[in-house]
Design a protein around this ligand. Structure first.
Ligand SMILES: NC(=O)c1ccc[n+]([C@@H]2O[C@H](COP(=O)([O-])OP(=O)(O)OC[C@H]3O[C@@H](n4cnc5c(N)ncnc54)[C@H](OP(=O)(O)O)[C@@H]3O)[C@@H](O)[C@H]2O)c1
Length: 339
């Protein structure tokens, strides 16, 4: 059985995905008897298209020069081609416009309308238009997998499949590595917010414009996805009460410390409400993690708390989540084929 894939966005995540896929191709053959074929790779200015399959190894080797390959064409875009090339799965790894979810939202909707399954690393469409995407996918019998959108490679969305007998009742999490790094440095060194931020920018942990991270919007988007997927809610980012960390002072952190607490930027989903704000947690709490890590605590019906922690960003981390999503869809396609 052949499974045809198109990749939209060949940046950090897209490139890492191609590398991991190339290494793991034998698994698809042995485990599912599936040949994975990449028929299209799209960038903002054009794309590589070959209906019989692109040479992945060559694309990886050419790196930034991949536009020199014979299959490259400028000024073609996936929205025009998605209905014309035969594709089973579309992998979306473009950057998010936080207000519109574009261009990913249009790519995802167009693919679903053509009966194509979706894997995305791009969270915008899901915290803005979750209900619309799910309804469209159901109508067109398409699977949508988006593990990489929250905490990158940490398998937090897929955990639901393993917890069928014990409902998840609430979520508390640290979902933004930049703001956690800043608060960690303020707590360990007693430095001001502005100095910790500058340090994070110099180390490449914070963007030149860090607003989305430090004001909580990024964490809020991820929280919406967690709540919708794990608690069965149907919320959007407008439903989140958001407060950032830019007003936290070293004095407030010291005061908390003297009482055995630490200030963390928590994302909380409980009692039908969504909150991202600085909160006091006990020093010994499992949520007291340092640096750029992410952590998620699930409060369950019969199993108490379950905590998952790991690197919440990185090209290979996101790419491994995408690969897991691809395994899941291939497993589904194989079983469907056997029926
Ligand atoms: N990097 C991570 O650690 C990580 C982890 C989890 C999730 N994510 C998410 O994954 C997505 C990709 O992240 P990234 O770090 O790979 O970003 P990136 O390095 O900026 O790559 C995005 C790629 O998409 C291309 N692109 C932009 N608009 C496009 C369009 N309309 N059509 C086709 N291609 C387009 C970009 O081209 P140009 O460069 O020419 O604009 C770039 O090559 C983002 O939504 C991000 O939030 C990233």
């Amino acid at each position: 059985m052949k499974v045809k894939i198109c990749l939209i966005g060949k940046g950090t995540v897209g490139k890492c995905f191609l590398e991991l896929l190339n290494k793991k191709l034998p698994i698809f053959k042995h485990k599912f008897d599936i040949d994975i074929v990449i028929v299209g790779i799209f960038e903002i200015d054009g794309g590589l298209v070959n209906k019989s399959g692109l040479n992945i190894r060559k694309v990886i080797e050419m790196d930034k020069d991949f536009r020199k390959l014979n299959d490259w064409k400028f000024n073609i875009n996936p929205l025009d081609l998605i209905s014309k090339i035969d594709v089973d799965i579309c992998i979306e790894t473009t950057p998010t416009n936080p207000e519109t979810g574009e261009p990913a939202l249009s790519h995802i909707k167009a693919a679903i309308k053509n009966g194509i399954h979706i894997i995305a690393s791009n969270k915008g469409p899901f915290y803005l238009k979750y209900k619309e995407i799910k309804e469209l996918a159901n109508k067109n019998a398409c699977l949508i997998q988006y593990e990489a959108t929250v905490a990158s490679g940490v398998p937090i969305l897929s955990i639901k499949k393993s917890l069928g007998a014990s409902k998840i009742k609430a979520i508390r999490a640290i979902l933004n590595g930049t703001s956690n790094y800043i608060l960690s440095r303020m707590a360990s060194e007693g430095i001001d917010f502005s100095i910790a931020l500058k340090e994070a920018q110099e180390l490449g942990y914070a963007e030149a414009d860090p607003t989305l991270d430090i004001e909580g919007y990024d964490a809020a988007g991820k929280l919406v996805i967690l709540a919708n997927e794990l608690l069965g809610w149907s919320k959007s980012i407008q439903d989140v009460k958001i407060r950032g960390i830019s007003k936290i002072t070293p004095q407030a952190i010291e005061l908390a410390k003297s009482d055995g607490y630490i200030i963390k930027h928590l994302a909380i989903a409980e009692n039908n409400s969504l909150i991202v704000e600085p909160r006091l947690i006990e020093n010994y709490s499992a949520l007291n993690i340092s640096g750029t890590l992410n952590v998620i605590e699930l409060k369950t019906e019969y199993m108490g708390s379950i905590v998952l922690m790991g690197r919440g960003a990185g090209g290979y981390e996101a790419a491994s989540a995408i690969l897991n999503d691809l395994f899941y869809i291939c497993d589904f396609l194989k079983k469907d084929d056997n029926i």
